[in-house]
Design a protein around this ligand. Structure first.
Ligand SMILES: *Cc1c(COP(=O)(O)O)cnc(C)c1O
Length: 441
């Protein structure tokens, strides 16, 4: 499949190049040149298919022919090494738990899939001895406000030919998150930046534009702008549908959204023919999309810090992809997407109510997804809403402990990293990042 730039000022490119580059040379996001619906026979037999078989059918058109089918099956098998259960909250609302992976956030799927694609491309170019210039190692550069770093570090750990450099804001990520990205070692380097998330992000952007780096080092991004991280997120929506469609009609997804990559993958699933009735973007006080749907005026805002910090995004990078799916027709988009925003106070109340009324412990992001589902159902009673539970509650222990009286048992994945020693390099300037990337530090 070829991909084009949403800024329309760069040549079309292959899946391989789109993954390696991350962003098009004109700074646009890549988008597939065509989207084929899956055949009716696929949907008719979905109940009998394994997760691996579903994922294969869903992603095949986007990655072929560059990733051969045998290789794709292997990548999918390694990516989907955990469960995606749908848990009933009440008669009309369920939770789709996406946190059973190695770092307990939904980003594990995209990170694992992308790392294996990159590794395959690296090995393929190593085999091709006539192309000496491609023998370089690839450096994956990523800024994180918390969850991305851990998922990327874990997903790329030990992957041959790839060096991962993660920038995170010192003192601004949870203890669990920090341990997840600083304790792995091997091909993972954690840079602890004296600043906020935006400073990390700015340094990363500067590096991508810096010829004195890009001439020497092959760098790519592992944020959700990368097609290999974004597209595999379609899988969850199919897995949920598989579990629900026999008992429920009018399935609606409520997606806790920050950069809008996850919900945008949901819209892609719908483009492949998945019968989704409607989508809800569940937001915290960072409400640029909620305001846009009311006013048709899209105005990015400075980020507001909240308890659901993975959604603290003032200018969601994937929203342009959603607009592209709806051909920039505002009314069509609006008839497919509803957006709600909730405060920290409401988030805490939601977590408390979920625990007390439904015996369910949610993390702050999932709790907002639940509120948005309830709000939507006030006017749309004949629907079944599934909110995406995007992280395990223990990743946000300090928040969860404020509202839930019982002690929460740490899962094995988290216990394992908490005992490891943190290893990071402190930096405060761009020059220091450059030194790391050029191998001088
Ligand atoms: C990344 C993340 C989100 C937001 O996902 P987007 O694809 O950026 O919209 C929501 N919840 C959690 C826990 C996350 O880590």
């Amino acid at each position: 499949m070829d991909f084009y730039s949403l800024n329309h000022n760069a040549p079309n490119t292959s899946f391989k190049e789109a993954v390696i580059k991350g962003l098009a040379p004109d700074k646009g996001l890549y988008f597939p040149t065509s989207i084929q619906k899956l055949p009716a026979s696929f949907y008719a037999s979905i109940s009998d298919l394994s997760h691996n078989a579903i994922a294969f059918e869903v992603i095949k058109q986007f990655v072929s022919p560059e990733i051969p089918e045998v290789e794709l099956k292997k990548i999918i098998k390694e990516t989907l090494c955990f469960d995606f259960p749908v848990v009933n909250i009440n008669d009309s609302i369920s939770s789709l738990e996406l946190f059973h992976g190695p770092t307990m956030a939904f980003k594990d799927v995209g990170a694992r899939f992308m790392s294996r694609c990159l590794s395959y491309f690296n090995q393929a170019s190593l085999r091709d001895s006539s192309r000496q210039d491609q023998k370089k190692e690839t450096t994956v550069l990523v800024a994180t406000s918390g969850d991305t770093g851990g998922a990327v570090a874990n997903g790329f750990l030990g992957v041959e030919g790839i060096h991962v450099v993660i920038l995170y804001p010192s003192g601004k990520v949870s203890e669990v998150q920090e341990k997840q990205l600083t304790t792995l070692g091997q091909n993972i380097t954690a840079l602890e930046v004296d600043g906020v998330f935006d400073d990390c992000q700015d340094m990363v952007k500067q590096a991508f534009l810096d010829r004195s780096i890009t001439d020497k080092v092959q760098i790519t991004s592992a944020n959700s702008i990368n097609v290999a991280r974004w597209l595999p997120q379609m899988f969850y929506f199919f897995f949920a549908y598989q579990q629900l469609h026999k008992h429920h009609k009018n399935i609606v997804f409520s997606v806790p959204s920050g950069n809008f990559g996850n919900i945008c993958a949901g819209f892609m699933a719908q483009q492949l023919g998945l019968p989704v009735h409607h989508f809800i973007a569940a937001n915290n006080s960072n409400q640029v999309v909620t305001e846009y749907l009311e006013s048709e005026d899209y105005t990015p805002k400075p980020t507001i810090q909240t308890l659901s910090n993975a959604m603290d995004v003032g200018n969601p990078s994937n929203f342009v992809r959603i607009q592209e799916i709806f051909k920039n027709e505002f009314q069509v988009l609006k008839s497919n997407l509803t957006s709600f925003s909730f405060s920290d106070q409401q988030t805490l109340e939601s977590m408390k109510r979920l625990y007390e009324s439904y015996n369910y412990t949610a993390d702050p992001h999932g709790a907002i997804g639940f509120l948005a589902a309830e709000a939507y159902q006030k006017d749309h009673p004949n629907t079944h809403c599934v909110f995406l539970e995007t992280a395990h509650p223990t990743k946000f222990l300090d928040v969860v402990e404020q509202v839930i009286p019982e002690q929460i048992e740490l899962p094995a994945q988290i216990k394992a990293v908490m005992n490891q020693e943190k290893k990071s390099i402190s930096i405060s300037t761009y020059e220091e990042l450059k030194a790391v990337l050029l191998g001088d530090l």
